[in-house]
Ligand binder design. Structure first.
Ligand SMILES: [Zn+2]
Length: 141
């Protein structure tokens, strides 16, 4: 299932509710195989080297529930005037999402305006992913 406006809106809604009026805030939303949406955001910590991604909490929650992740999107608010930007998942989150297969859909910016987005599958975001050389270990297990 592709990233859709409902999923993007869920991430933006959490970011707005949790960080009203705060620049450089963000959140993520994941869709599960049963259609449910999980959202999460990342805490600020003194040492940036140990920060978590906005997706991390929802990925852990999906695992706790025993559900497959089928789509993921992450948003950030650079400043109020420029609106919410769509962030492609970082390399670490891509690896976490690959546990649900190469067809997980992720939101990525569309063109030069990061407020616009499109949905791509992980296999298209990272076509040379290391795990594809191990076909006997096709994820998800
Ligand atoms: Zn990440």
């Amino acid at each position: 299932m592709a990233v859709d406006q409902e999923l993007v809106d869920a991430a933006i809604e959490l970011a707005r509710a949790r960080f009203p009026g705060q620049d450089w805030s963000g959140a993520a939303a994941l869709r599960l195989d049963d259609g449910a949406i999980l959202t999460s955001t990342a805490p600020e910590v003194p040492n940036n080297a140990v920060r978590l991604c906005h997706e991390t909490g929802a990925i852990c929650e999906a695992f706790k529930l025993g559900r497959r992740v089928v789509a993921s999107v992450c948003v950030t608010l650079a400043d109020q005037a420029r609106g919410y930007w769509i962030l492609a998942p970082c390399g670490v989150c891509q690896e976490r999402l690959f546990a649900y297969g190469r067809d997980v859909a992720v939101g990525v910016p569309a063109g030069a305006d990061p407020r616009r987005w499109r949905s791509l599958r992980l296999r298209d975001v990272q076509p040379h992913w290391f795990g594809r050389v191990f076909p006997e270990e096709e994820w998800p297990y």
